[in-house]
Design a protein around this ligand. Structure first.
Ligand code: FAD
Length: 325
């Protein structure tokens, strides 16, 4: 089995989700006499490229021509299709990040491949090729059979472990023969989220809702997030009222996240909010209303006023961190 993995980078540094995807691919390859090629697109140093071998890539391909210096779903999917054709790949794996979501369907169309997104399992190849994905905003699972000879899987970030499986992977520079004349869409501006920890990759998320009363109180959320090394998130009304940027809005109409710990403060737990966070491994809800729906979805709940509880948790987190230091 020949597997290729899209190795996504941000400013020349590979993302955590890339290491997850390579680790995932390497485990499939190990059980199926396969090999893994990591495909890097954009401007990445040789030293960084070599890092990909650590997680099980047998071979690294780099498309670094100028046309790839800014993100374009169109150009990037063409490069991946080029790599897949050149290497006769039969399985293409991307992480279901924003870029992955743009690239995976285009690549599948270009290769006439079957595609499954939101994948949360290893493929079952006993009898065909079956993978599990989440459906209905994470409320249910579907087991999907893929019958095409080439398959594209977009795996859910934070679902698979990063494993050290070191290989000495050769690096190959490839040219897909694509120039700017072949690319019809172009990113004109990239607005970076302001948080220190990237929300979609965060293992800890501190999230708050309308119960925080106003943007002037968000320093309490940011302070706790800083101490814990967490990302910050919010409910939809909070971003609609411009208390927080839209990039922090989680839920059905916002971002879907899957951290190890999600702490929801002053958020009611409406179904549309839960749709984006219910796959979190552990959920803690803090709400002054004991009947708040979030308590039904939470693993732990604290009934009380956020303005009294937050300082206590912040002090406890500070003490815990200083013991660890
Ligand atoms: C089509 C559609 C899509 C939607 N998509 C999303 C989405 O993607 N994400 C999303 O979040 N919402 C979404 N919504 C909105 C959703 O239905 C809820 O209205 C929203 O999630 C409520 O936000 P909230 O919990 O911050 O505010 P509220 O519903 O006002 O709840 C505030 C909570 O804070 C508690 N509280 C108040 N004061 C305190 C205090 N001092 N201490 C502790 N707790 C306190 C209250 O008891 C209450 O439970 C969508 C709605 C629709 C119709």
């Amino acid at each position: 089995m020949k597997i290729i993995v899209f190795a996504e980078n941000q400013d020349g540094n590979f993302k955590k989700s890339t290491f997850e995807a390579i680790s995932y691919a390497a485990q499939i390859a190990a059980n199926n006499n396969g090999n893994v090629t990591a495909v890097s697109i954009g401007n990445v140093s040789a030293e960084k490229l070599a890092e990909l071998g650590k997680y099980g890539a047998d071979h690294i391909v780099s498309y670094a021509q100028e046309v790839f210096h800014s993100f374009s779903g169109e150009a990037y999917s063409k490069a991946i299709s080029h790599a897949a054709k050149s290497l006769n790949a039969n399985l293409i794996i991307v992480s279901n990040t924003y870029s992955g979501k743009t690239i995976a369907p285009r690549t599948a169309a270009q290769l006439s491949a079957g595609i499954v997104s939101g994948v949360i399992s290893f493929p079952d190849m006993q009898n065909g090729f079956k993978v599990r994905r989440t459906v209905f905003s994470g409320k249910a699972y579907a087991d999907v059979n893929v019958n095409t000879s080439i398959k594209v899987l977009a795996i859910t970030p934070n679902s698979f472990a990063i494993l050290d499986q070191p290989k000495t992977a050769a690096i190959e520079i490839m040219d897909a023969g694509i120039g700017s004349e072949n690319v019809h869409t172009k990113s004109t501006e990239i607005a970076r989220t302001s948080g220190k920890v990237v929300l979609t990759e965060a293992e800890l998320v501190i999230s708050a809702g309308r119960g925080m009363k106003g943007p002037e109180n968000w320093h309490m959320i940011e302070n706790l997030a800083d101490i814990l090394g967490a990302a910050t998130a919010c409910s939809k009304p909070v971003s609609d009222m411009h208390w927080r940027p839209h990039s922090e809005h989680v839920g059905q109409t916002g971002i879907t996240i899957k951290p190890n710990l999600y702490i929801a403060i002053g958020i009611s737990g409406a179904i549309q909010h839960l749709a984006g966070v219910s796959s979190s491994k552990v959920i803690v809800a803090i709400n002054k209303d004991p009947e708040a729906p979030f308590f039904k979805a939470a693993d732990y709940g604290i009934v009380g006023d956020a303005f009294e509880i937050l300082p206590l948790i912040t002090e406890a987190a500070k003490a815990f961190k200083s013991q660890q230091a």
